[in-house]
Design a protein around this ligand. Structure first.
Ligand SMILES: [Zn+2]
Length: 111
């Protein structure tokens, strides 16, 4: 998957890293790398309503703070939608109180 925007890094790679980012602890110093990585694909993240969430996550990482589980599951759910090619709801993933959290479907081959 990729968008029309030309980037050095493919959008799907950015999503892969976001997945990793959520799944495991990032080594110290990787935050900056991630930040620039996500900056590059900012228009796409915005399109998917993930930009604000990513910014929060990057900030959390650099602040050595835990990612709130609700934000984590929201972002995970949305990434799953994007990766499976389903329609992504409008609006930012962080917006709106108590919106339904998509259940994370374990697709085979997806790590
Ligand atoms: Zn992109």
């Amino acid at each position: 998957m990729s968008c029309e925007e030309p980037h050095e890094t493919d959008c799907s790679e950015v999503l892969d890293h976001l997945y990793e980012f959520l799944d495991r602890e990032m080594p110290e110093g990787d935050c900056t790398k991630f930040e620039s990585h996500f900056e590059e694909c900012s228009p796409c993240l915005e399109k998917y309503g993930l930009e604000q969430a990513v910014k929060k996550l990057v900030k959390r990482c650099c602040g050595h703070d835990d990612v709130p589980s609700d934000l984590r599951s929201k972002v995970m759910g949305r990434i799953d939608l994007i990766r499976s090619g389903q329609a992504v709801p409008d609006g930012d993933v962080t917006a709106g109180p108590g919106t339904e959290t998509p259940v994370r479907a374990e697709a085979p081959g997806v790590e």
